[in-house]
Design a protein around this ligand. Structure first.
Ligand code: SDX
Length: 426
């Protein structure tokens, strides 16, 4: 493709153009400052590619999402989360033998070091689970050092995938003052998580098969999403040479924000608020449109999707099925549907391409599983972990990778001669 040309002050500069496998076009500006002295400015990097990646493709205008070329709908309906985690990390769906080995590794490494339980003891009961998750994951660097040098990287990837379920369930049990339930080797990945969350020593507990299947599908739907805020954070931290666990810990912290993974919690809180307020949709839709009001319709809008988020479509469909089959009548589901209908007929949302995103309906399903609202974003992190790992690995092995270090346009004071104002305090 012809190079891109830029005319700036008295410079005419050409930049090579790169075209992706789905015909996305980007021009490579790595020589921009050296040839023109100027930089680009792109708050939030909405128009900036940080890397080339072969993991996930999103077509936001047409509501398309694919992991390693497979449509998200096909993976959600026909695959399992461990299949998809393997696909994202290793590039292809596993054979039967590879999957059995992978699942075996998940069971082999699902325990956490007994000394790590002391970390949980130090937290107050109301500690934010995402904060606990981020801290405990970071502490894995102390128990399994060397990943920054690539030592045992595959072993540590499998350790982390196996242990995050246990860490999340232990954080929940600690927050409600119940004894920890240890992982069981005879249970599947999602089944074992629900068992660790809801079993108690005094009675047998077997997760409902429909909830196990639903959780597995939700984990698939959250598994990766190209260069979103938390994934970019994982890549940025890893680009400094930091180890795997520290990089993932930083990603967990980035995901916790209400504009990102924290939105699934904020959606339920918003729906509850609307319900308490008598279901006055118009008031809240008007607030969301009012620029002077910080209120936003949580679970709506997306940086990339200007059409339906395909994940939201799948989740909305299974929410109907699961609640119907379990005989659960959650008024928030009907509220969410009504709110969606009103917003999608409103010019403000239509003109801005604001549709429900992955977080709009997911909380309804987590509630149906008995998962408390403050654990919703933890569920997002459990799903996103293989995507973070795959992206971190790709960054580590990409010869193009440099430490992330953006530039800025300075707008502060020009040089000022130093005049002592107060007296010098030594
Ligand atoms: C996730 O990036 C990913 O891939 C993320 C994610 C993933 O899988 O990793 O998909 C997961 O984070 C989903 C998003 C969850 N967040 C929310 O649901 C929070 C509510 N949504 C918004 O805050 C917002 O839509 C964002 C944060 C998602 C996107 O923000 P952008 O891309 O910076 O868009 P913007 O704020 O510039 O909005 C563009 C316009 C603005 O109006 P104008 O200035 O053009 O008049 O749309 C308006 C915004 O005011 N707008 C909203 C709105 N979202 C955008 N107005 C009301 N309610 C909203 N929810």
């Amino acid at each position: 493709m012809e190079p891109a040309r830029l005319s700036i002050s008295d410079h005419d500069v050409e930049f090579p153009v790169t075209v992706g496998s789905e015909n996305e076009v980007g021009f490579d500006i790595r020589k921009l400052r050296g040839t023109t002295g100027a930089i680009t400015v792109d708050p939030g990097f909405a128009n900036t590619g940080s890397c080339k990646s072969g993991i996930t493709f999103i077509d936001g205008e047409n509501g398309i999402l694919r992991y390693r070329g497979y449509a998200i709908e096909d993976l959600a309906n026909h695959s399992s989360f461990l299949d998809v985690a393997y696909l994202l990390i290793y590039g292809n769906l596993p054979t039967r033998v590879e999957l059995d080995d992978f699942h075996g590794e998940m069971t082999r490494h699902s325990l956490i070091h007994e000394d790590m339980k002391k970390f949980f003891e130090g937290y107050p009961p109301n500690a934010p689970p995402m904060s606990v998750l981020s801290t405990i994951v970071s502490s894995l660097s102390a128990f399994y050092p060397g990943t920054e040098n690539g030592e045992d990287i595959d072993l540590n990837i499998r350790r982390l995938l196996a242990k995050l379920n246990t860490i999340a369930a232990f954080a929940f049990k600690k927050s409600i003052g119940q004894p920890y339930i240890y992982p069981r080797n005879n249970l599947g990945y999602a089944e074992d998580f629900l068992h660790m969350m809801f079993a108690v020593p005094s009675e047998d507990y077997e997760p409902h098969p429909l909830l196990v299947k639903t959780l597995d599908m939700l984990l698939i739907l959250h598994a990766d999403h190209e260069q979103n805020c938390s994934t970019s954070t994982v890549r940025m931290v890893g680009s400094s040479g930091a180890d795997l666990f520290s990089s993932i810990s930083a990603g967990i912290s980035a995901l916790s924000g209400p504009l990102h993974g924290g939105a699934n919690t904020a959606v339920i809180e918003m729906l509850e608020m609307i319900r308490q307020d008598g279901g006055g949709f118009k008031k809240y839709v008007d607030k969301a449109k009012d620029k002077s009001d910080p209120f936003r319709l949580m679970g709506f809008g997306h940086r990339v999707y200007k059409n339906f988020d395909p994940r939201a479509r799948v989740i909305k469909q299974i929410a109907d099925e699961v609640l119907g089959e379990l005989g659960i009548d959650d008024p928030l589901l009907d509220l969410a549907k009504e709110l969606e209908n009103i917003a999608l007929e409103d010019e403000y949302f239509i003109s801005r391409g604001l549709y429900p995103n992955v977080d709009f309906y997911s909380g309804i399903l987590y509630r149906a599983m008995g998962i408390p609202t403050n654990m919703f974003t933890v569920m997002f992190a459990l799903g996103r972990l293989p995507g973070w790992i795959a992206q971190w690995l790709e960054m580590k092995t990409d010869s193009d990778t440099r430490i992330y270090r953006p530039r800025q346009i300075y707008t502060g004071n020009n040089h000022r001669e130093y005049v002592q104002i107060g007296r010098r305090c030594l």
